[in-house]
Ligand binder design. Structure first.
Ligand SMILES: CC(C)(COP(=O)(O)OP(=O)(O)OC[C@H]1O[C@@H](n2cnc3c(N)ncnc32)[C@H](O)[C@@H]1OP(=O)(O)O)[C@@H](O)C(=O)NCCC(=O)NCCS
Length: 319
């Protein structure tokens, strides 16, 4: 079974209610919701009025909420104000923000009425993730939220690329946490033993600069904090090709066998996964946001109905 089919099969067995706030404004999200309900993949919450939806949505697994007449809206505004007043939010601005679909979705999750959010088919990444970072926040033992990509091709081993969508200029400490979270995802969700390569333009001291130092220090920190096979700094050819790894002095089991690639910054990560998808024929599943208290995933504005369904299924796997 392909990995993506496996993800859908696993997701179907997990109980959970996912908010899709753009179903009433984007036909791709609408059709994805319809598919999800018809195939019993998830319980969902959509926004708007009953008249906006066809028969498929009159289903015990679907809740339609009209934000404007939602009875707990003032309670949600108070909650948002309490969460953000230390950052200067006033009750008045909380009352305005809470009526926005993005903040309202996150508050449904915080209130325990939903288990996750999939949004962003019509909003920018920042507009989806900022309310999530502010309201849902990170898990207690996880200092950073990171956006990774699962790269699959039928004839090749699955790869995880991180960070490709959120952390613009990670510190060495941030990079070490991104590496560990990406390894945990590979182990727990993909079910494959992670081999983590900390990528750079240098392999084992072949070049010297602050940029290289950052990746070297991140590798040391990641190894201090975890039991995973993590090695670096190394170039991507050392990570993927055993002969090159040997020639360049990478002696660990990661050299040539890496399946988790950690990029030094968001420029490299975002460009890297798109090159592999466009030129290498891989399917990119994600970005998958790790370490939110409850899962929130961001859709690309170019997403297809199928990708929205996959993202909802992946979100359920992170509940
Ligand atoms: C998402 C993004 C807007 C957050 O920006 P920001 O300026 O940090 O936003 P804010 O300052 O409002 O941060 C909100 C909160 O989240 C926290 N935060 C930001 N990034 C975080 C992360 N990766 N992990 C955990 N917390 C984070 C901040 O510390 C802040 O905390 P607090 O206000 O509760 O104290 C920014 O990281 C960004 O634009 N990233 C790039 C996204 C992008 O364009 N991707 C395109 C490729 S798909």
């Amino acid at each position: 079974m392909s990995l993506i089919k496996e993800i859908r099969t696993k997701a179907k067995k997990i109980k959970g209610k996912i908010v899709l706030p753009e179903a009433n404004i984007d036909s791709r999200v609408y059709n994805a919701c319809k598919y999800i309900l018809e195939n019993g993949l998830s319980d969902i919450i959509v926004f708007g009025q009953e008249k906006d939806y066809d028969r498929a949505f009159k289903n015990p697994h679907c809740e339609i909420i009209d934000i404007n007449s939602y009875p707990k809206i003032d309670e949600f505004a108070d909650r948002l104000y309490e969460l953000r007043k230390h950052k200067g939010m006033t009750l008045e601005s909380a009352r305005d923000l809470v009526r926005q679909a993005d903040y309202f979705s996150m508050l449904l999750v915080v209130a325990g009425q939903a288990d996750g959010v999939v949004a962003g088919s019509t909003w920018s990444t920042a507009d989806t993730l900022r309310p999530a970072l502010q309201v849902i926040k990170t898990k207690k033992d996880k200092p950073i939220v990171t956006g990774i990509m699962l790269m699959t091709r039928d004839d090749a081993r699955p790869l995880v690329f991180g960070d490709v969508s959120l952390v613009e200029n990670p510190t060495a400490e941030n990079l070490s946490d991104i590496a560990i979270s990406s390894a945990e995802f590979m182990e727990r969700v993909v079910g494959v033993e992670p081999k983590v390569a900390m990528l750079s333009y240098s392999t084992k001291g072949s070049a010297k600069s602050e940029m290289v130092d950052k990746v070297r220090i991140a590798t040391e920190l990641a190894n201090e904090k975890s039991h995973y096979a993590i090695d670096g700094e190394m170039q991507v050819d050392s990570a993927l090709d055993i002969a090159t790894a040997k020639k360049k002095g990478v002696t660990s089991s990661v050299g040539g066998n890496a399946n988790v690639l950690i990029f030094p910054d968001l420029n490299a990560g975002n460009i890297g996964y798109k090159l592999v998808a466009r030129l290498g024929g891989y399917k990119a599943i994600g970005p998958i946001m790790l370490n939110f208290n409850k899962p929130v995933n961001d859709l690309s504005r170019g997403c297809t109905v199928d990708e929205i369904v996959d993202t909802v299924c992946m979100t359920k796997l992170l509940i």
